[in-house]
Design a protein around this ligand. Structure first.
Ligand SMILES: Nc1ncnc2c1ncn2[C@@H]1O[C@H](COP(=O)(O)OP(=O)(O)OP(=O)(O)O)[C@@H](O)[C@H]1O
Ligand SMILES: [Mg+2]
Length: 455
């Protein structure tokens, strides 16, 4: 893929991501059946097309009056339960389930709501098949999860769910759980000087230089970069190996040069080089790959501090193998500052779990308890844990023919099946800290390993 197209694709507001998914009519007082435009099935996505309600139904007069009464008083549980009864008699099961879920959000454990849910055996949105469908190569968990996603609104035991009505567009650093010192470094290195160039000038700092995020896999390096992109919008350019590599001799080097040229023309901006161990591999390991050596050389030239053409181009790179990155890339003026991104601490794990559960049907989950039991798990491990728990709850719902929310037990069971993935990385990091830290380059890593009692 040529770099030009990559920049076209990545270089503007396109990188803002829809994080929150769809707005949910359930938590607002309207009928859960009134699907907003965003809920229309994506083109070319037949599996999902089953899930979405495409027609806006006109409620019966009694439902309409109850709904308007709820507009005035959305927290009225008794009124909402009455609406549930009416909806059930009218056969509007999916809407009834949605309102049951809202009652459970307001009053976790409400017996009447649970009983009503129980009566909605096989409850699903119209068009959702109640039989088990099998995708090629096994059960299609994500499609199945999507089918029950909107049935029950999120509920945490502490009654502090995120407002599901808010459609969050774009990540910001506030979405990254924990990692306060890393966020502070990103702020100082990129956000402050880009927002206040005068401050940089005042302190004589040239507006260039680079920061290397390193640390165990799945602990938020790419996520942090995406959050920075959310803060900076169009002034953030992400570059991957695929944007650079070209089969023709000399083309990869030219692509690297042109990427930097585009960045320079659009300065001030941040150029993000993810998986830099691939793009900027140690040249000593590339003896048999002259094309890749040329790419690393070109990267060095472009990052070089000779001349001041790079003013305003900030470079951010990420890797989980900093020891495989060519040492020349880490010299002053290039990626000269390194920041360790460590696995999430307790509050961060809590926040990560919450964010992965917030758009799923959950009830009675003690997030703190799970977070306490998952010390040493990466953010990606925690995401996997939530997926596994959802699959468990879903399988159970299919077995029983009744949709039920994901509960504490599902997470506990999933935790027994899974193991944190960071062991191998820590083994390598330990050897590096013991035998390859004569320059003090990995002092921060050594301190972290000691703190975790790995060293
Ligand atoms: N601090 C965090 N806050 C919120 N979510 C997180 C955090 N850390 C990790 N995650 C979750 O874990 C997922 C994986 O994180 P990410 O891809 O950023 O890891 P990484 O450090 O880039 O891993 P790798 O080194 O393998 O590329 C993210 O998409 C996010 O959902
Ligand atoms: Mg990554």
């Amino acid at each position: 893929m040529g770099h030009g197209s990559a920049f076209g694709r990545l270089g503007s507001g396109d990188r803002r991501q829809v994080v929150g998914g769809f707005t949910r009519p359930i938590a607002s007082v309207g009928s859960p059946g009134d699907a907003p435009d965003e809920c229309k099935p994506p083109r070319g996505c037949p599996a999902l097309a089953l899930t979405f309600r495409q027609t806006v139904r006109v409620p019966s007069p009694i439902v309409a009056s109850l709904l308007s009464a709820l507009v005035a008083n959305p927290g009225d549980v008794v009124l909402r339960l009455h609406l549930v009864e009416v909806l059930l008699t009218e056969g509007e099961t999916a809407d009834a389930v949605g309102h049951c879920a809202e009652v459970l959000r307001l009053d976790p454990g409400n017996v009447e709501a649970l009983a009503a849910l129980g009566r909605t055996s096989g409850a699903a949105a119209p068009g959702v098949p109640t039989h088990t469908t099998r995708a090629q190569g096994g059960y299609d968990w994500s499609a199945a999860e999507d089918q029950v996603r909107d049935i029950i609104a999120p509920t945490f035991v502490d009654g502090d769910p995120d407002d599901p009505d808010v459609e969050v567009v774009g990540l910001t650093l506030a979405d990254v759980a924990g990692l306060a010192s890393v966020k502070e470094r990103l702020d100082l290195a990129f956000l402050t000087p880009m927002r206040n160039p005068e401050i940089g000038k005042l302190y004589g700092a040239t507006m260039r230089g680079g920061l290397l995020l390193y640390g165990p896999p799945g602990c938020g390096k790419t996520f942090l970069a995406r959050a920075l992109a959310g803060e900076l919008g169009a002034r953030f350019y992400a570059v991957s190996l695929a944007d650079v590599l070209d089969m023709w001799i000399g083309s990869s080097e030219r692509n690297v040069k042109e990427l930097f040229d585009v960045a320079r023309r659009n300065a001030p901006c941040v150029l993000f080089l993810d998986e830099i161990d691939a793009l900027g591999q140690k040249r000593s390991q590339l003896r048999n790959s002259p094309a890749m050596r040329g790419t690393v050389n070109q990267l060095l030239t472009e990052l070089d501090s000779v001349g001041s053409v790079n003013d305003g181009v900030f470079t951010l790179a990420a890797t989980n193998h900093p020891w495989d990155v060519d040492p020349a890339l880490k010299r002053p003026g290039r990626l000269d500052r390194a920041v360790l991104v460590v696995p999430p601490d307790l509050p961060a794990r809590e926040a990560i779990l919450r964010s992965h559960l917030k758009h799923r049907p959950v009830a009675g989950i003690d997030v703190t308890r799970i977070a306490k039991k998952t010390d040493g798990w990466s953010g990606a491990d925690l995401a996997g844990l939530c997926d596994r728990a959802s699959q468990g709850a879903l399988a159970d719902s299919v077995r029983r023919g009744t949709a039920r929310p994901i509960g504490q037990q599902d997470l506990e069971v999933a935790m027994k099946d899974l193991r944190p993935s960071l062991g191998p990385w820590y083994d390598t990091a330990k050897s590096v800290a013991q035998f390859a830290n004569s320059s003090g380059e990995y002092d921060e890593l050594v301190a972290h390993l000691r703190q975790r009692k790995v060293l």
